[in-house]
Design a protein around this ligand. Sequence first.
Ligand code: CP
Ligand code: NVA
Length: 318
Amino acid sequence: MKRTRKKMMVKKLRGRDYLSVDDFSTEEIKSILRLTADIKAHPKRYRKVLDGKMMALIFEKPSLRTRTTFTVGIKQLGGDSLLLTPADINLGKRESVFDVAKNLERMVDGIMIRTFGHDICESLAAHASIPVINGLTDLEHPCQAMADIFTVIEHRKSLKRLKLSYIGDGNNVAHSLMLIAAKLGTTLFVGTPESHKPAQSMLDRATAIAADTGATVTWTADPMEAARDADVMYTDTWTSMGQEAEADARRKTFAPYQVNRDLFSHAKPDALFMHCLPAHRGEEVTDEIIDAPNSVVFQQAENRLHAQKAIMYELLRD
Ligand code: CP
Ligand code: NVA
């Protein structure tokens, strides 16, 4: 009975969008995580599951991991992809988001978009009849969160009784991590300067989800409080794509939040270090921390491939 219900939940993902972690229920996230594990363990079994399916990959910001993992991932599932950069479509300027959606839905089977405003991503999804996947907006990075939580589970087996800690800027990566931690009933401390806390709407949403799942999502301005006894310490760039003009000011504001030997010494001795990459060594993290044996940053990067294959498979399959 339980199995049947789980299967039905998974089936329901077909044709849907993944713009926010909040688009999937706790059970749906768990089913994607189970599928990620199976795809990673048995990639050959999934060689033809998206035979002939085409993904359009829209990038309005640079990317190494997202571009590579979506391109390789869809290919490994039997499909193919097409890259669309601002030089090709100039979304919203050469042509409206509505018109781009109405064209692409007749030509491809799914769209991944990396853009600035989350509203652009939402508008594309609202107008396109095919699945749209958020490959990063200013508000969220939900594929990253899926791969990250999968990485934690690989190392710690269960999320129960873990303290996750995110320290730095209350940005897109922090937002998606807050939502997935809340959905999965985990404890997460987010340590950021008061001036760069996560969006209040995201804190409110994570708190509301946590009330249902038994999770704890706590914001603090004190990096030490966030770091204390942490099982996982996560950071991200202080200057996200699009904020380059603020880089100097941000370096000053965030200096007390650098993940270095001092701050890391407050975590558990075997704590994992995580970063979505690209990293700015000597800024948000020092070399000795990112290069330490318990740093799992490249596993996180690899797991983007497996997690996104699971997501594409569930959303695009016939
Ligand atoms: N972590 C991540 O999304 O990397 P890219 O910006 O290189 O895609
Ligand atoms: N917060 C970063 C993440 C990069 C993957 C940015 O938006 O640039």
